[in-house]
Ligand binder design. Structure first.
Ligand code: COA
Length: 332
């Protein structure tokens, strides 16, 4: 079986910058609280009529395709990770396919929230390993800003999330020592409702009621403390799993690209793994938590900043709603 490699990577974020100070005007919060608890300074929010989940994914994908030296017609499959699809159905993968002018290739949506991109990467990797496809677009794209409670009731969640998209092109690697060395996926549905949006709800006779809107169940609920506790355990665990599988130690990592959940979570992982700051990618300060888009945006920025060179050992890791968690170890 052949390995897949990341042949191209790209990202797109909306132009509209929203600072913590801007949020102070909408709810009882402060720049100081948000910076101290999360590390976030600003985030991007979509512009109606300009940005959609699918077209932001397409913008990121075009950059990844260009870096790979390919054209859209060379793409054999789309795997699209999002928790904020344009429509309830069909998925955003087919909308992005249309946006890119592609016809007849498969488009698969992945629903694994903050771990969505790493799950999607693993799906793409399997299709390349088996030889079924050669060039696969793996995309994470999110519009959170239209689904947040901007009253004080929602402040514990709403200040965290932002909009954006990232993408990679997966292609076959010319060597089995290079490319994606392994992926590791986990889930524990026991905690499904600890970080969730439970309305509209297909188990109710009326999927969407005025009551659901009034009581806030159309907005994300997060048990922040519980998410934090699980995240700081699962991140190191799944990173170590990837290292052990391939016979590496934490010090062999050249760059860790964790899901950008919270700067305190990232600092905790960094300390636990004994990694220096320059080996851990952080851009949550600029974008907040963009769930499925966060890992590919961070990877794309790290690449642009020259922090990834050929031959580097790069580890991607994510944790989020589900709970789900995942990692991928890549020899670049
Ligand atoms: N601005 C000001 N105050 C806020 C606030 C905000 N945006 N959000 C919550 N508060 C208040 C709370 O109401 C609470 O007030 P009280 O003590 O009067 O009741 C106080 O701040 C502390 O709240 P708490 O939730 O205990 O804070 P915390 O230190 O746990 O930080 C999170 C909250 C959300 C930042 C933290 O739990 C966290 O990062 N969790 C993980 C979240 C995450 O990573 N999610 C993504 C999953 S991938």
């Amino acid at each position: 079986m052949r390995n897949s490699r990341i042949a191209g990577v790209g990202h797109y974020v909306p132009e509209n910058v929203v600072t913590n100070k801007d949020l102070e005007k909408l709810m009882d919060t402060s720049d100081e609280w948000i910076r101290e608890r999360t590390g976030i300074v600003e985030r991007r929010y979509f512009q109606e009529g300009v940005d959609t989940t699918a077209n932001m994914g397409a913008a990121a994908a075009r950059k990844a395709i260009q870096m790979a030296g390919l054209e859209p017609k060379d793409i054999d499959m789309i795997v699209f990770a999002t928790l904020s699809p344009d429509y309830v159905f069909p998925g955003s993968g087919v909308l992005m396919q249309r946006e890119l002018g592609l016809k007849n290739i498969p488009a698969l949506d992945v629903r694994n929230q903050c771990s969505g991109f790493v799950y999607a990467l693993s799906v793409g990797d399997q299709f390349i390993k088996t030889g079924m496809y050669n060039n696969i677009l793996v995309v994470g794209s999110e519009i959170h800003s239209t689904g947040l409670d901007f009253s004080t009731r929602g402040r514990g969640v709403s200040v965290i999330f932002g909009d954006g998209a990232g993408a990679v092109v997966l292609s076959p690697s010319d060597s089995n020592d290079k490319g994606i060395l392994s992926t590791h996926l986990h889930a524990d549905g026991e905690f499904a409702e600890e970080l969730a949006v439970t309305a509209p709800n297909s188990n109710k006779k009326e999927r969407l009621t005025h009551e659901m809107i009034d009581d806030g169940s159309v907005y994300p609920y997060m048990n922040g403390n519980m998410v934090f506790k699980h995240a700081v355990t699962r991140f190191p665990e799944v990173i170590e799993e990837a290292l052990n599988k391939n016979g590496y130690k934490p010090e062999d990592i050249d760059l860790l690209v964790p899901h950008q959940a919270n700067l305190r979570i990232t600092s905790f992982i960094q300390q636990k793994m004994g990694l220096p700051t320059e080996k851990v990618m952080s851009n949550i300060q600029k974008y907040g938590n963009t769930t499925a888009a966060s890992v590919p945006i961070a990877l794309s920025e790290a690449y642009e900043e020259g922090r990834i060179k050929e031959g580097d050992l790069v580890c991607l890791a994510a944790f989020g709603s589900g709970f789900t968690w995942a990692s991928a170890l890549i020899r670049w």
